[in-house]
Design a protein around this ligand. Structure first.
Ligand SMILES: Nc1nc(=O)c2c([nH]1)NC[C@@H]1CN(c3ccc(C(=O)N[C@@H](CCC(=O)O)C(=O)O)cc3)C=[N+]21
Length: 279
């Protein structure tokens, strides 16, 4: 029987554990989400983050800046949050308006408050095997692999996608866990063949159902990071779920897989950042 990795339930449990730890602190860990402009998808995500954070006992607020905000104004705002002792975690919601360079905003966040784990210092620490803040989605995927009781040392892991946000840090975490890691991408010569070798298959390309059922090795663990909004409003993953289901030992659904784990791990990172900074 294929194990369906219920990210919604696992995230709820993790948020409960975090709430217990937060309740034992003498302060509320502070999370600020900075949103610029009116990207419609961001509205839903930012509200979900805020609700999850507040429910778990965090001091959460959203700083919503107008579309016309300049890059310099955003950097000033970030500098003010860096200097605010009550703020433990800063997340600059992506995408930003086109006139703002995202890499400038990301690099402006104090690495100690970078709960997205996107700052080059944190990316470099991860790549060097040093402790630091780890991006939320890959962190959530590692929780799901633990839930699947994946035997990581020596396992062949194939990560499809090489983004700064998911693919690269995911590969680093799997490498740190002693997997043999392949990073595949849009230019990979035989993508299906690479996927078929995977004991652990991580799909993070953002192309609905690109990965077909017969690309999944019998008994593989499949983590589908893709959250693709279809014209009919429904969400689809990067994996053809119905085809892959009978072959996989464990698989994440979309929705209800990696997405909720990402939010829970944002809180996990914020708590970690708060404890590290405040002692
Ligand atoms: N600085 C930054 N950090 C991010 O982590 C970040 C970001 N910007 N910009 C946008 C993406 C997207 N993202 C999601 C988080 C949770 C769900 C999630 O919980 N999804 C639900 C479904 C939600 C729905 O119905 O739309 C699920 O998969 O079950 C989805 C997407 C975080 N992102």
């Amino acid at each position: 029987m294929t194990q369906i990795l219920d990210g919604k339930a696992i995230a709820e449990r993790l948020r409960g554990q975090l709430a217990t730890r937060v309740a034992a602190l003498s302060f509320k860990p502070g999370l600020v989400v900075v949103r610029v402009g009116e990207d419609p998808a961001s509205g839903v995500y930012v509200r979900n983050k805020d609700r999850a954070a507040t429910q778990a006992g965090f001091a959460s607020r959203t700083r919503h800046l107008p579309e016309e905000t300049t890059e310099a104004q955003l950097l000033e705002e970030i500098a003010a949050l860096n200097a605010d002792p009550e703020v433990d975690g800063i997340l600059v919601q992506l995408p930003l308006p086109k006139h703002i360079r995202a890499e400038k905003a990301i690099a402006a966040v104090d690495p100690a408050k970078d709960v997205d784990g996107f700052h080059p210092i944190n990316a470099g620490k991860l790549a060097s095997g040093l402790p630091g803040l780890v991006p939320c989605t890959p962190r959530g995927a590692m929780h799901l692999l633990a839930e699947a009781k994946a035997k990581l040392p020596g396992a062949r892991a194939v990560v499809v996608g090489r983004s700064q946000i998911v693919g690269r840090p995911m590969a680093q975490l799997l490498l740190a866990a002693d997997c043999t890691v392949t990073i595949a991408h849009s230019r990979t010569a035989d993508l299906a063949g690479e996927c078929r070798r995977a004991d652990i298959l991580i799909a993070a390309v953002g192309r609905p159902e690109l990965i077909r059922g017969d690309w999944v090795r019998e008994g593989a663990i499949v983590i589908d990071v893709g959250i693709n909004r279809m014209p009919d409003g429904k969400l689809k993953g990067d994996v053809a779920y119905a085809e892959a289901l009978p072959r996989a030992a464990a698989i994440t659904p979309v929705p209800g897989g990696v997405g909720p784990m990402t939010i829970a791990c944002l809180l996990e990172n914020t708590l970690e950042a708060a404890i590290a900074r405040r002692g």
